[in-house]
Design a protein around this ligand. Structure first.
Ligand code: LHQ
Length: 260
């Protein structure tokens, strides 16, 4: 079966692979539907405690499939509202920590989707391209929100207006992503990172995501209040008790990931 999205279940976590390599994993509507179903299934599985998102072939994701966009009469705003914006929101709001392994070029909304994940690793040969200006469009799927916050407005504006590729090493040096590594190390490192997150205090990692999601909109006062509330919630969970006990007993913690 020619799946547009492949899912592999590992012990405690899942890999989700964008799988249209002949089109550099550019998104079509059916691919969005399959990805949403894959994310639904992962979220609903209590044994799944982390996700790894990557692409097959030589690209990560070339954004919207331009052939589909041209052939299909749906307005562009509909596509964003129906597929891209919910995807970005759900990656950000997911209860699961999400690692993104950028195995090759990321362009257009492909960059935005990567940046909506929690930790982004890239192969040294990968590039990030704000490809929008070249086709007469503006950055979307959260690009104008995430890019300036990660790398500063001067760099974000120039990348968007010029559409120049940003090599992975530069992206890491600028703080767009967590780090880059040699191409043959990408998947082993991304998998090790995801497995490590999967053995973490999952519910608490979800609370951390909430704090970071609120941060750009908040003041110091509002973040202090939010952190107080989230900390109370974290401290009421079994993983806090286990973490404290493990510290006392000088052993690694065995987190259940549960919220209580
Ligand atoms: C593609 C694509 C592609 C189809 C490569 N579509 N086939 C949201 C909502 C609604 C509407 C509009 O937009 C959005 C958000 C967006 O994402 S808009 C931005 C869409 N993406 C782009 O504009 C990127 C277009 N692609 C490129 O500029 C290049 O392909 C890059 C720079 C990504 C890679 O270049 P190369 O490494 O030289 O590869 P290539 O161009 O040879 O691509 C390989 C094949 O993939 C090729 O097909 P072919 O039959 O000639 O082998 C491309 O046509 C196809 N492909 N991107 N987005």
């Amino acid at each position: 079966m020619n799946e547009l999205i492949q899912t592999r279940a590992q012990d405690g976590w899942r890999t989700i692979v964008l799988n249209r390599p002949e089109r550099l994993n550019a998104f079509t509507e059916p691919m969005h539907e399959e990805l949403a179903a894959g994310l639904d299934a992962a979220e609903a599985d209590p044994d799944c405690r982390a996700l790894l998102l990557t692409g097959s072939g030589r690209g990560f994701c070339a954004g919207q499939d331009l052939e589909e966009a041209r052939a299909n009469t749906r307005p562009l705003g509909y596509r964003l509202e129906r597929h891209y914006n919910p995807l970005v929101r759900r990656l950000r709001r997911s209860r699961l920590p999400i690692v993104c392994a950028i195995n090759g070029v990321a362009a257009g909304a492909g960059v935005s989707i990567a940046l909506a994940c929690d930790i982004v690793l890239a192969a040294r040969s990968a590039q990030f391209i704000q490809a929008f200006a070249a086709i007469g469009l503006v950055p979307d799927a959260g690009g104008t929100f995430m890019m300036p916050r990660l790398i500063g407005e001067a760099r974000a504006r120039a990348l968007a207006l010029l559409g120049e590729p940003l090599p992975a090493e530069q992206a890491a040096a600028w703080g767009l992503i967590w780090r880059c590594c040699d191409d043959d190390r990408l998947m082993p490192e991304a998998e090790a990172l995801t497995a490590r997150l999967a053995s973490g205090p999952t519910a608490t990692l979800g609370l951390m995501k909430r704090a970071f999601a609120a941060s750009p909109h908040g003041s110091l006062d509002s973040q202090l209040d939010l952190e107080r509330d989230l900390q109370a919630e974290a401290a009421s969970g079994a993983d806090y008790a286990e973490g404290m006990l493990a510290f006392q007993e000088k052993r690694p913690p065995r987190f259940s990931g549960a919220s209580r």
